[in-house]
Design a protein around this ligand. Structure first.
Ligand code: HEC
Length: 129
């Protein structure tokens, strides 16, 4: 049917846009699996919706680095000039100190699929109005 074919073409284009790392859009990856990665690797330090040993990660996708008002960051992070696009998060989670020399965060997620799932999960965490 013609109508559904148009829809499929549109969806494919949207997936391509996301794969290239557009900020603000839902990145590829499985957020449900990403939630498990978060529990295994991140939740010890990052409380959701509040400050822990690390800053609050609710709303982090698309947010400029070092700007959670409740958290006292290293100067390295506040001066990094980065915005947490999916692409930058992917780089950060491969080696935080390589992307932001001097950051206090050292946790890495070496597996690319796990990183993608994790970033998809982070993108679902949006602040409540
Ligand atoms: C051992 C504690 C610890 C663990 C585990 C940890 N983090 Fe962090 N994270 C931090 C600290 C501390 C900072 C603040 C870094 C700074 O100020 O330089 C931070 C900062 C960040 C930032 C920057 C946030 C911002 O507002 O700029 C992101 C993104 C982040 N962490 C993601 C993650 C993810 C995703 C995981 C799980 C893979 C994770 N962290 C695991 C301690 C941790």
């Amino acid at each position: 049917m013609a109508a559904s074919r148009i829809w499929i073409a549109g969806a494919a284009a949207a997936v391509l846009t996301l794969a290239t790392g557009g900020a603000g859009a839902q990145p590829p990856g499985d957020p449900t699996k990403g939630a498990t990665v978060f529990d295994d690797h991140c939740s010890d330090c990052h409380a959701l919706g509040g400050v822990g040993q690390g800053p609050n990660l609710v709303g982090v996708v698309g947010r400029p680095a070092g700007t959670d008002p409740g958290y006292h960051y290293t100067e390295a992070m506040t001066a990094s000039g980065l915005t947490w696009t999916p692409a930058n998060l992917d780089r950060f989670l491969q080696g935080p100190k390589a992307l932001v020399p001097g950051t206090a965060m050292s946790e890495t997620v070496p597996d690319p699929t796990q990183r993608q799932d994790l970033i998809a999960y982070l993108a679902t965490l949006t602040p409540k109005p």
